[in-house]
Design a protein. Structure first.
Length: 201
């Protein structure tokens, strides 16, 4: 059997991408890709709810040396810190980087005048993904966001997405993207998301 692809999961939430790659934690068949390092941090709350769920779900224990690092083995690490404070050298080598980067600055939950796109407080986190991809050079990246990303910002519709695509191209990645509507795959909710797949050329 070929070696399992090593995955880094950014903006991990409660581990949605990980479940997609590995199956649920108690799955008997764990032969797919495996997440070796993950990061989740919510700056607006003292209690890190999503991180707590992730740690509990995947049976991780707090590191003795750092209260914000958890592990279930040397190749299964979860870091509950601001990604902007983490040096790329601290992230292990991996074949695929994935993440649903924060969508608040693109989301329909905000009015157009208050949706600041890639320049917003959370929108700028795109550049953390870019920084890590530039340093680690994974073969693939799989990223997800709300479909309104394609129209951001309101005064220059499409600019933010174009900047993202161009920045990936500048790193040597070829990129494809699709809008996926969950209602077309059995969900009772009409939920559109953009998925971006990049491959190092």
């Amino acid at each position: 059997m070929s070696e399992r692809m090593r995955v880094v999961e950014l903006f991990a939430g409660v581990g949605g991408f990980r479940i997609g790659f590995e199956g649920p934690p108690d799955s008997a068949d764990r032969n797919g890709a495996r997440v070796v390092w993950a990061n989740q941090w919510e700056p607006t709350t003292k209690k890190q709810h999503a991180a707590e769920v992730y740690v509990s779900r995947w049976g991780m224990e707090r590191s003795e040396g750092d209260a914000e690092i958890y592990s279930a083995g040397p190749d299964d690490v979860f870091v509950n810190k601001d990604i902007g404070t983490i040096d790329a050298s601290e992230i292990p080598d991996h074949g695929l980087l994935c993440g649903g980067f924060p969508c608040q600055d693109y989301s329909v939950a905000k009015t157009l005048p208050t949706a600041h796109g890639i320049a917003g407080k959370k929108g700028v986190l795109w550049w953390e993904i870019h920084r890590i991809m530039e340093a680690k050079r994974p073969r693939y990246a799989l990223l997800e966001n709300v479909d309104r990303l394609l129209k951001s910002p309101r005064n220059q519709r499409g600019r933010d997405f174009a900047v993202m695509l161009a920045s990936l191209s500048d790193l040597g990645y070829s990129v494809e993207w699709r809008i996926v509507d969950a209602s077309e795959y059995g969900s009772p909710q009409r939920r559109k998301r953009v998925f971006i797949l990049a491959e190092l050329a």
